[in-house]
Ligand binder design. Structure first.
Ligand code: F6R
Length: 592
C-alpha cells in the first residue's frame, strides 16, 4: 500500500525517485506522482500512471536538488489525478507525500475551508500541506507542532518553496533514511537503498527529521534533538528480479524448496530460539495473531505447537482481536505472524498486548519491520522479498518455522540429525510435478461453485487455497471442513459442483471417503489431493487425483498447498489477470 520516496543530493533527482518507486511497486498502487525542486520552480507530475508511464511523462532531469515521490493506493477518494500525491497547499508553498490515514482530517479540513482555503482533492492527505501553509510553518520546530495536530497514522515527506530541505515525520507507518556520499535517500522500505548503501536509519514513531545542507537532524515530538544509530541491511536475501519467470508469483512458488533450505541453513547456523527458554512454557495460554494468509499459517502452526505444549492455543484474526475487550494478562504469550511485518491490524494487536503479556514473538519475513522491532523475540523466515501480492513462499516458510519452533520446545535444542532429516524431506518437493492446471480445467467446469474441503489441518490448507483462488482469479471459491457439508452446504452440490478434497492425515481418510460419497450421491465432481493414494485405491468415485510427494506427515502441510498456489496462478493467467497485482489489493496492508 502507498509508497514514499525522497531524495536530496547532486544526482538526477527524477531518476533516483522513479527507481525507488519501481522498487516500491510491489506494495500495490493505483496512481503515482513526483515533485522536484528546480531552483525556484517545482516540477510536479502526477496521475493514474503506472511507474513505467510516469517515467515517460516526467521530462525534467534536475541535479543538485531535492524531490519527493509517491505511489498511492486509494482510500479516501477514487484513483485520479487530483487525489494522487504529491499534494500541495493552496498557494503552492508546501508539497507533501503521505502514507497512512489522518483520522481527524475532516475537522481540520472544515476549519481550513472556513478560512477560505481551497482544497483540490478528496483525500485526507491534502490537509497536511494545507495545514503547513496555513500555520505559516517556517522551520522544523513549527513543522513538528503542526504534525502533532494530526491524529491517525502517517509517514510524511514534505518540502516547501522557500528553503532547501526535506521534512520527515513518522507515526505508525514506516519511513527509512539512508545517507551516502553526501546524498540522502528516503523510502518506505530500505530495500530501495540496497544498491546504494547497506546502512540506514529507521525513523521511529513520533520522530522527525530534517534533511538539509548535507546533513540530517533528528528530533522527537518535543523539539529535542536526538542521536540515532544506523541499522545494517542484510542484503543476502534481498534480490528481487523476476529472473526467467513471466510473473513474480510463479518465481516465488518455484523458490519454495530453496526458501525452506535457507531456513534450515540459517536456523542451524544461529539459534533463533535461544531466548525461548522453559520460561516460555510457564504460561497458561498462547495466542497466535495474523491476517489473511499469515492467519492461515497460524492455524496450522497452532496445531504443531499444541502437539508439544500442554496448554490452550488460540488463533485470532488481528482485525477481530481488536474488537471487544480481549483478556490480556502476563500468563499469556503472543505470537504475531506477518510476512511484511507492517500490517496495520497486526501492529495494532501487538500494541494492545505489549507490556501486558508474558512475551511477544514475531514470525516474519522482514526483520527490520515495525512488528519485528516491537516484539521481544523475532523468528525470521528467510523467504526473501515477496513481490507478488498473493503470499506464497512466505506461507510455506512460516509453516516450517512454526514446525522448527514446536520441535525446539521438546528439548530446547535442535540436533544436526534433525536438520538433516528435514533437509532430506524437503528434497522430495519437486514443484514441476505439482502443476495440474491443464488436466484440472477439464474436470472443473463451473467455477461459480468450487469448494475446497479438508479435515483438521487440511481444512486450514483449504482456507488458504480458496483465498489464493479468490484473490488472483476473481472467482468465488469456498473452503469448509468435510464434516460441515451435511450441515448446510450440501444443498449447493449438484452435477455443476466441483469439490477438491485434501486428505493428508492417515487417521482421517475414512472420514474423507464419507464426504466423497455424500458429494458423489449428489453428482458433484471430486478432485482428491493426497499423499496416500493407497488408502483410496478402492474408492472409484474420484474424478481426478493430485498425488503429493510422500514427505513426513509433519511437513505435508508445506506441500499440500502448492498445487493450489500453482492452480490459482495458472487460472489467473488464463483469465488475463496479472497475478502479481490483483485488482483492489495491496501487498502491505498499512491501513486498518
Ligand atoms: C493473501 C495475502 C494476505 C496477507 C495479509 C497479511 O495472499 O497475502 O492475506 O497474508 O494481508 O499480510 P502480512 O503477512 O504481511 O501481515
Amino acid at each position: 500500500m502507498c509508497g514514499i520516496a525522497g531524495f536530496f543530493g547532486h544526482q538526477v533527482c527524477e531518476d533516483i525517485l522513479i527507481n525507488f518507486l519501481e522498487k516500491l511497486e510491489y506494495r500495490g498502487y493505483d496512481s503515482s506522482g513526483i515533485a522536484v525542486k528546480n531552483k525556484n520552480n517545482i516540477n510536479l507530475v502526477k496521475g493514474t500512471y503506472k511507474i513505467n508511464e510516469l517515467k515517460e511523462v516526467v521530462k525534467t532531469k534536475t541535479t543538485n536538488s531535492c524531490g519527493i515521490a509517491h505511489t498511492r493506493w486509494a482510500t479516501h477518494g477514487k484513483a485520479n489525478k487530483d487525489n494522487s500525491h504529491p499534494h500541495y497547499s493552496a498557494n503552492k508553498v508546501w508539497f507533501a507525500v503521505h502514507n497512512g490515514i489522518i483520522e481527524n482530517y475532516a475537522s481540520l479540513k472544515n476549519k481550513l475551508i472556513n478560512c477560505n482555503i481551497k482544497f483540490s482533492s478528496e483525500t485526507d492527505s491534502e490537509v497536511i500541506p494545507q495545514l503547513l501553509e496555513y500555520n505559516n510553518v517556517k522551520n522544523i520546530y513549527e513543522f513538528i507542532d503542526t504534525i502533532n495536530m494530526l491524529k491517525g497514522a502517517y509517514a510524511i515527506c514534505a518540502f516547501n518553496n522557500f528553503d532547501n530541505s526535506l521534512y520527515l515525520a513518522k507515526y505508525k507507518n514506516p519511513l527509512y533514511i539512508a545517507e551516502f556520499n553526501n546524498e540522502f535517500f528516503i523510502a518506505s522500505d530500505p530495500i530501495c537503498f540496497n544498491e546504494i548503501t547497506k546502512n540506514y536509519y529507521t525513523l521511529n514513531d513520533n520522530e522527525f527529521c530534517i534533511v538539509s545542507d548535507n546533513k540530517l537532524c533528528f528530533y522527537n515530538n518535543k523539539h529535542k534533538k536526538i542521536n540515532k544509530k544506523q541499522n545494517l541491511l542484510n542484503s543476502k536475501y534481498l534480490k528481487c528480479s523476476k529472473e526467467n519467470y513471466s510473473t513474480f508469483m510463479e518465481k516465488e512458488i518455484n523458490e519454495i524448496p530453496k526458501v525452506l533450505k535457507n531456513i534450515l541453513t540459517e536456523y542451524k547456523k544461529n539459534n533463533y530460539f535461544e531466548h525461548i527458554t522453559s520460561d516460555f512454557l510457564d504460561v497458561k495460554r498462547v495466542v497466535i495473531i495474523g491476517c489473511g494468509t499469515a492467519y492461515h499459517s497460524g492455524l496450522i502452526g497452532a496445531k504443531y505447537l499444541e502437539s508439544v505444549l500442554n496448554i490452550p492455543i488460540s488463533v485470532e484474526l488481528a482485525s477481530e482481536f481488536l474488537c471487544g475487550n480481549p483478556i490480556i494478562n502476563n500468563t499469556t504469550s503472543y505470537i504475531f505472524v506477518s510476512q511484511s511485518g507492517e500490517t496495520a491490524d497486526t501492529i495494532n494487536a501487538l500494541n494492545l498486548v505489549k507490556n501486558k503479556c508474558k512475551n511477544t514473538i514475531a514470525i516474519t519475513n522482514v526483520t527490520y519491520s515495525t512488528i519485528a522491532q516491537n516484539v521481544d523475540i523475532v523468528l525470521p523466515v528467510f523467504a526473501g522479498p515477496e513481490i507478488a501480492v498473493a503470499s506464497t513462499k512466505a506461507y510455506n516458510a512460516q509453516l516450517l518455522v512454526f514446525y522448527l519452533f514446536s520441535e525446539y520446545l521438546k528439548n530446547f535444542k535442535l540436533e544436526t540429525k534433525f536438520f538433516n532429516k528435514i533437509n532430506g524431506e524437503i528434497k522430495k518437493i519437486n514443484i514441476a510435478t505439482l502443476y495440474h492446471f491443464d488436466k484440472l480445467t477439464k474436470i472443473i467446469s463451473n467455477f461459480d461453485s468450487l469448494f475446497i474441503l479438508g479435515k483438521f489441518k487440511d481444512y486450514f490448507t483449504a482456507l488458504e487455497a480458496s483465498l489464493k483462488i479468490r484473490e488472483i482469479t476473481y472467482s468465488n471459491c469456498s473452503a469448509l471442513p468435510c464434516g460441515e457439508l451435511k450441515h448446510g452446504t450440501l444443498a449447493l452440490v449438484s452435477n455443476k459442483t466441483t469439490c477438491i478434497i485434501i486428505s493428508t492425515n492417515k487417521l482421517l481418510h475414512s472420514k474423507t471417503i464419507s464426504a466423497i460419497n455424500e458429494i458423489k450421491a449428489r453428482l458433484g465432481k471430486i478432485v482428491l489431493v493426497t499423499n496416500s493414494v493407497e488408502s483410496f485405491k478402492d474408492c472409484s468415485l474420484i474424478d481426478y487425483l493430485i498425488k503429493l510427494p510422500n514427505v513426513d506427515e509433519n511437513l505435508i502441510d508445506l506441500v499440500s498447498v502448492i498445487p493450489f498456489q500453482l492452480f490459482a496462478l495458472q487460472l489467473s493467467l488464463t483469465k488475463k489477470i496479472n497475478p502479481d497485482k490483483p485488482r483492489n489489493l495491496a501487498k502491505s496492508v498499512t491501513v486498518e
